[in-house]
Ligand binder design. Sequence first.
Ligand code: GDP
Length: 455
Amino acid sequence: MFESLSDRLTGALKDLRGKGRLSPADIDATCREIRLALLEADVALPVVRGFISRIKERAKGAEVSAALNPAQQVVKIVNEELVAILGGETRRLTLAKTPPTVIMLAGLQGAGKTTLAGKLAKWLRDQGHQPLLVACDLQRPGAVTQLQVVGERAGVPVFAPHPGTSIGGGENALGVTAADPIAVAESGVAEARARQYDVVIVDTAGRLGIDSELMAQAAGIRDAVKPDETLFVLDAMIGQDAVSTAEAFRDGVGFTGVVLTKLDGDARGGAALSVRNVTGEPIMFASTGEKLEDFDVFHPDRMAGRILGMGDVLTLIEQAEQVYDAQQAEDAARKIGSGELTLEDFLDQMLAIRKLGPIGNLLGMLPGAGQMKDALAQVDDKQLDRVQAIIRGMTPAERDNPKIINASRRLRIANGSGVQVSDVNQLVDRFFEARKMMTAMGRQMGMPGGNRRTK
Ligand code: GDP
């Protein structure tokens, strides 16, 4: 996701590196590059204009800083502005004070609503909620069955009309039949209340294009179930059309948050960068594949870091936290920031990361991965086994302070772990390099000796 944008932006910023002073001409040239990169990524023109003018203004007025060189300062400004454009703070789901919380999904056909309904249901269930899915897409053939399949996979029940019967045995207050999505939505919420489900997710129908009937139906469902959250589901691959579609849904139905889908397939990603700015509503979730797990809360700061190719140290740390001790992860974040990382930490991190899956999947999140993709692609799990063996062959004192690993210690470690001395040399050298780089990255990302997780 965002690969070409990321490459272009990192390229634009790389040209500044090594310059002791930045002239106004340097800043203009960089801004021009950034502008082109954004336009090429399909970011809406007014959004690009605002973004560039803020960067220019801030870069030219940037104060002399002892901690950062001018180029780093521009990177910092671009990062901060990217975070702002993506919405600033992470926006969490609002739960109703009195359950059930009603979440309505709206969007064009094919945007990924039904898929998302399953992902959201599973995500809520994993957090201890008791969600109920309600099938109100009675337009698209097979949509109800699709939701039932998705619900089964997510382990979440689905409330759906039986074809040809009336809702609630025909005794529904409105006296409407199953073909009426508004009645299904109402009955679904009533069902949730009666059976103590605490979250209701209402899947609605979409059309291939925006039309007034679609909007009227969605607005009717909205009025009937009074959702606590209305999520506008937006296919990130539709490019420039994203803005007009979002505006049409904002005016026709209204929404409280956006879910971006198909970010996995989106090489350009302009929708993500425009939609918040244009509609004023936050991006709340991101969908990155067809499987139920390909889904996460949208964190503007992490996404900006990823776009700028700084990698996503924070996501890695948070994921690692899930597989081991929280305290250990806190320590690692602090140590990354302050440059105190030891080989012991390195091994702990590596073991934790390996629990998360094959290393190839994690590459995109590593710092600097944008520029090191090719080199990293050669890292395989076998090599990691060897690294692990070498570190295990070290004494605790050596792991704690790798500087003491002299020639005779290297020989002993190599013999003990069945590798060549050159392998040990390489590992130790790489560790020092990585530590230096991570410390610099940590500083750039604003975690000097601390951490800024947004949990
Ligand atoms: P709906 O019409 O809005 O309910 O859309 P669906 O949920 O049926 O999704 C339309 C198609 O997009 C299906 O083939 C999904 O498998 C696919 N899809 C949904 N979300 C994603 C995603 O995040 N990434 C990818 N690659 N495909 C997705």
